[in-house]
Design a protein around this ligand. Structure first.
Ligand SMILES: NC(=O)c1ccc[n+]([C@@H]2O[C@H](COP(=O)([O-])OP(=O)(O)OC[C@H]3O[C@@H](n4cnc5c(N)ncnc54)[C@H](OP(=O)(O)O)[C@@H]3O)[C@@H](O)[C@H]2O)c1
Length: 342
């Protein structure tokens, strides 16, 4: 487990909004596993799941409908619902006196709201902002690998091709893939509604909105958010995002070009020393894969090598895999909360 950057001791009234979703359930698990001092837990969601019971450590907690009456006294709120819910409720939670960390895209481009990966730009939390945006999952995993290398070799270009797990689209998407496995094994027709096509035995361009320039929204998020978190607004970034039939953990083929010539062994050591990153050296076994990364805090990096497409030894190619529900969402959000309330 990644230790808290700033341990929290004072008990906190903690609200998780979207507690029944793929990210929200991981937030509950992380709060317990990281010994976040929860004085009172409010597990909130829509009216659809009010009354549902969710595990919290060895206890069960009843889900309640998100309502104005739930805001009083909240110290920390982790939002893990859709962007419109965040837009409506984050300002009310801040007004009620809470520190708010939002997992949605609602505030990620707002210049007044810090967009934070604690290991990369955690200094932005020193001023204790009351609202912090948790970045896009593929972006978090990419910058966790790129930032330590930038500190040594000076990054000038990044190309990311992602292989994203279905749970990145939420719990119903993960359940749909599981159902498709059952349907296929029973020789039944495979039903698809979340992605409008089967994810089983299929790879397809990322399902986010198609933009007029031919890119998809996920690629734009990866480009803009990486530039912002790395503090390199002019960084040249290229992205292609795809969905693969994997339950959890995104993989990214990352190609990095640097101002300085690279040394592969120094790069490997730099990554292995970076907090929250672990090098899985394929020469001593197998490179990292999605199953290996699932339910792990660390971002795994394998296949660190020269990129022969970049002249004069200025390029590195990496294989980056991380659990997007943990470091790509719940864990990063709780690390931010730990820094805010310590
Ligand atoms: N999945 C990922 O890997 C990932 C990674 C990074 C960021 N994110 C972001 O995290 C957020 C949650 O994603 P997810 O994958 O966990 O989605 P999800 O599995 O579909 O869960 C959505 C959650 O939002 C709740 N919700 C929906 N409408 C609501 C409303 N009006 N009021 C209160 N709660 C409401 C749902 O409650 P009900 O059960 O009542 O419907 C559910 O708990 C999204 O903004 C997503 O973009 C996701």
């Amino acid at each position: 487990m990644i230790p808290a950057i700033a341990p929290v001791t004072r008990p906190q009234v903690t609200a998780v909004i979207g507690a029944t979703g793929a990210v929200g359930r991981e937030v509950l698990k992380q709060l317990h596993e990281r010994n976040f001092p929860v004085k009172e837990l409010r597990a909130l969601a829509s009216h659809r799941s009010a009354g549902e019971m969710l595990p919290f450590g060895s206890h069960q907690v009843a889900v309640r409908e998100l309502a104005e009456s739930e805001l009083a006294g909240v110290d920390v709120a982790i939002l893990a619902a859709d962007a419109s819910t965040s837009k409506a409720w984050a300002p009310r939670l801040v007004a009620a006196g809470a520190f708010v960390v939002d997992n949605s895209s609602a505030f990620r481009t707002d210049p007044n709201v810090p967009l934070v990966v604690p290991e990369v730009n955690g200094h932005l939390l020193k001023s204790r902002p009351t609202l912090v945006a948790n970045p896009n999952c593929t972006t978090i995993l990419s910058v966790m690998a790129a930032a330590p290398l930038h500190a040594v070799f000076t990054l000038i270009r990044m190309t990311a091709c992602s292989y994203q797990a279905v749970s990145g689209a939420g719990l119903p998407a993960m359940q749909e893939l599981e159902n498709q496995v059952r349907q296929w094994s029973r020789n039944e027709p495979v039903q698809a509604s979340v992605f409008k096509r089967p994810s089983l035995f299929n790879v397809f361009p990322h399902d986010s909105a198609l933009l007029p320039d031919g890119s998809v929204e996920e690629e734009t998020k990866l480009i803009r958010e990486s530039q912002r978190i790395l503090g390199l607004p002019k960084l040249r970034v290229s992205a292609t995002c795809a969905r693969v039939p994997v339950r959890r953990s995104h993989a990214i083929a990352l190609h990095l070009e640097f101002a300085k010539p690279v040394d592969v062994e120094v790069a490997r050591q730099t990554l292995d020393r970076a907090p929250g990153v672990r090098v899985i050296d394929e020469r001593q076994g197998s490179p990292a894969d999605s199953l290996m990364a699932a339910e792990q805090d660390d971002v795994l990096v394998s296949r660190v090598r020269f990129d022969p497409g970049v002249p004069d030894g200025h390029g590195l190619a990496l294989w980056v895999v991380g659990d997007q529900l943990l470091k790509g969402a719940a864990l990063n959000a709780i690390q931010i909360a730990e820094c805010l309330v310590s």
